[in-house]
Structures are given as structure tokens and as C-alpha cells.
Write a protein that binds this ligand. Sequence first.
Ligand SMILES: [Zn+2]
Length: 144
Amino acid sequence: MITQACKDVSKVISKQPYFKRCFLELVPNCIPKFFPTVKYRLERNSFFFCSFKVTQFLTGHGNFGEYLKRFHRQTSDVSDCSAREIQNEEHIVFLCLQVDDCRKVLQQKLGFLEKDWTVALISLINTKSSFLSFTEFVRTCKYK
Ligand SMILES: [Zn+2]
């Protein structure tokens, strides 16, 4: 069922083609983990411009084992790193051993020590500065 909130989000993101495509696939879940409310998203319009890859991270719909297995594009949803966890956007941001170097750069830019790396996903896109750091992380991290 499409709620009014979903329609509002759809209107806001219709100017960003990558996001629009992903949003249409998300209707059953309505709002991705990164966005608690439509208002939250609207308040960040001045700096919130998403590339194709950033959109994949924000929606969880992309080159992640969990998503690819769901659509029978691969047989396993487990990451190739030694952590042996389900590979999704949270795994890549918080734990994946394949992107340790990029994560350390992100942690430094956001002012976190590695041992304190328990931030909420939303804090990665909360301000212009954190959003730019996050988009740099997404652009540079390589995983398979
Ligand atoms: Zn991994």
C-alpha cells in the first residue's frame, strides 16, 4: 500500500533519476533505513545529491550479496571477506574487511576512533560535511 509519505518522498526524489528508479522498487518498504522521515530528507536538499553508487548504499538496492541473491543473481549472500557476514550496505560501512582502508579515512574525517565506530547510518548523511565524507567513502571503496 502506498502511503501519503511515500508519495511525498517520490515527489521529492523524482528530480534524481537514479534514486527515482530505486525508490519505485522500494514501495513495499516505503522509506529506506537512512531516511527516518520525509521532513528529514527535505531539510537536506541543499547538499543531498546522489550518484548511482551512493543511491545503491542508501537504498540497499545494488551490488550487495544480499540484494543480488534475493534476485537470484548470485547463489550466496555472504561477503568474500573473512568476517563471513551477509554482505549488505551496513556490512560494507561498518565491518567489511575489504574496505578497511577507506573506512579508516571515513572515520578520521568524521572524527571517530576505530573502537568507537558504532554510529547510526543516519549520522553519515546528517550534515553536508558528513555526507561528502560518506560519498567519498562510497566512491573509493572496492569490494566484491
Ligand atoms: Zn565483507
